[in-house]
Design a protein around this ligand. Structure first.
Ligand SMILES: C[S@@+](CC[C@H](N)C(=O)[O-])C[C@H]1O[C@@H](n2cnc3c(N)ncnc32)[C@H](O)[C@@H]1O
Length: 260
């Protein structure tokens, strides 16, 4: 990274100091020229650093527990988390892992639930399929293992596609649900249900985002509703800063006996 591109603040790292206030804090002089652009850079640095830490930890969890399967992402936008998955998979030499990118590649649909983020409108967060694949190719890891599935979930997650995935036997090792809206997440949970296995990690990126953190709204609501209709159980695993949480999927004993 060239000097000009270096962030001018330490991402995430909180530096301890010997004396009050016991951590190094930027003071008024250092923040005198702090702009909205600086704020965005600061947030992105902190957020993506936390997400990368989650991917590092989770690929170690999957490898150590011999949970084998593919990576599924619902909400791919700037290919940030998708590239994290590719990199961590390569670090663990997971050469046969498949990577499935589900997105409209036209941004959000018209929100039908009452979100608290005014910029979440139809078309927000658009990255085209071409640009997304360009980023995958530039990244240069497991490019041939990447599949994109374009379309709004209410239309793209068809029974036929579900059957195709089921027949392929491509179970999920890690699923990232990062599509912001309640109504977007509802069909996703039904689609992934047959792809789950013991040890699949479910990463709910928007557990506390978009609906003022209300656990009874948004993607959290879709997640709770799905838990009531599925035979799968989930146990809380990692926290991803203030917005997300991951869960490990498992079955109770009677259910295991029933499916084996
Ligand atoms: C927050 S962004 C994802 C960020 C991405 N994981 C990253 O790291 O760059 C949300 C994405 O969800 C997609 N999305 C939301 N609702 C959708 C729906 N109903 N159908 C298809 N894609 C949807 C948007 O197009 C957008 O790309």
């Amino acid at each position: 990274m060239s000097d000009t591109k270096k962030p001018h603040f330490p991402p995430v790292a909180i530096e301890p100091v010997l004396g009050e206030p016991w951590v190094a804090l930027a003071n008024g002089q250092e923040l005198a020229d702090w702009t909205r652009e600086n704020e965005i850079e600061y947030n992105q640095n902190n957020r993506q650093t936390e997400k990368h830490l989650f991917y590092r930890r989770t690929f170690d969890f999957l490898t150590d527990n011999r949970v084998r399967g593919d990576y599924y992402e619902f909400g791919c936008h700037r290919c940030r988390t998708f590239r994290m998955a590719l990199t961590e998979a390569r670090r663990h030499n997971l050469d046969s892992m498949g990577f499935h990118a589900f997105d409209s590649f036209e941004g959000l649909p018209d929100p039908t639930s009452d979100t608290s983020v005014e910029i979440w409108k139809r078309g927000a967060l658009t990255t085209s399929e071409e640009d997304f694949m360009g980023m995958v190719r530039d990244h240069g890891i497991y490019v041939d293992n990447v599949r994109t599935i374009k379309g709004y979930y209410s239309e793209s997650l068809t029974k036929e596609l579900g059957a195709e995935y089921l027949d392929s036997g491509r179970k999920a090792a890690l699923i990232n649900i990062d599509c912001d809206l309640y109504e977007s997440a509802v069909p996703v949970f039904d689609f992934i249900d047959p792809l789950l296995q013991e040890g699949t990690v479910l990463y709910i990126d928007d557990q506390f985002a978009g609906y003022k953190g209300n656990p009874l709204k948004g993607v959290s609501k879709a997640f709770l509703e799905w838990q009531k209709r599925t035979r799968w159980k989930v146990v809380r695993h990692l926290d991803i800063s203030w917005w997300g949480r991951s869960y490990i999927v498992y079955l109770e004993k009677e259910e295991i006996d029933g499916v084996l």
